[in-house]
Design a protein around this ligand. Sequence first.
Ligand code: ATM
Length: 194
Amino acid sequence: MLIAIEGIDGSGKTTQAKMLVKWLKRAGYKAKLTHEPTKMCTGKTIYKVLHGKLKMSKTQLDIVYTTDRLMHYFYEIAPYLKKGYVIVSDRYKYSGIAYGCAKGNRKFINELEKNVPEPDLIIYLRIDPRSSTSRLKKKDAYEKDIKFLTKVSKEFDRLRRRKNMITIDGKKPIDEIHREIISIVTKKLSKHVK
Ligand code: ATM
């Protein structure tokens, strides 16, 4: 089963993804934590752009994000799904769609992402951009821009209507969010047929 944890920067995704994997392992599941952008050559290229070390147009960058996602899926996700792992991905396809659409590439992004495999469950940690940016220590190209994060947030809100996406209030205490996630994941695992 593939679980994606999504949200804007500073929404608590990484903390919750780590806590969930720890809990899954303790509960006896084979579990693996992954992240996008990846550590593969495509992910490294993305971070070079985000840190101003490489120049690329928005469209070129979106193509690299989707390529990175496909590399992620085929090398780091699919082989483990076959072995019965629960994969928890800190960002996945819906980060691509929300950030890409917020940059104004809506039609192009939707076309690019059309054939990227769907996660079984998406947990969206919803938080307002002012609260999230105040949590961030290091700022990169997008994180500096509250206006941009507000657009991304609206795009995530638009995606919330999807039936496999569950929204959690990202301002709640860490442990309370963790308990909510466990309850959602437990229900999903009990219904999940490999
Ligand atoms: P992290 O903050 O999770 O390291 O991700 C780096 C950035 O990549 C993040 N925004 N900032 N800053 C979100 C952005 N991103 C996209 O724009 N499209 C994508 O497909 C993904 C996976 C991330």
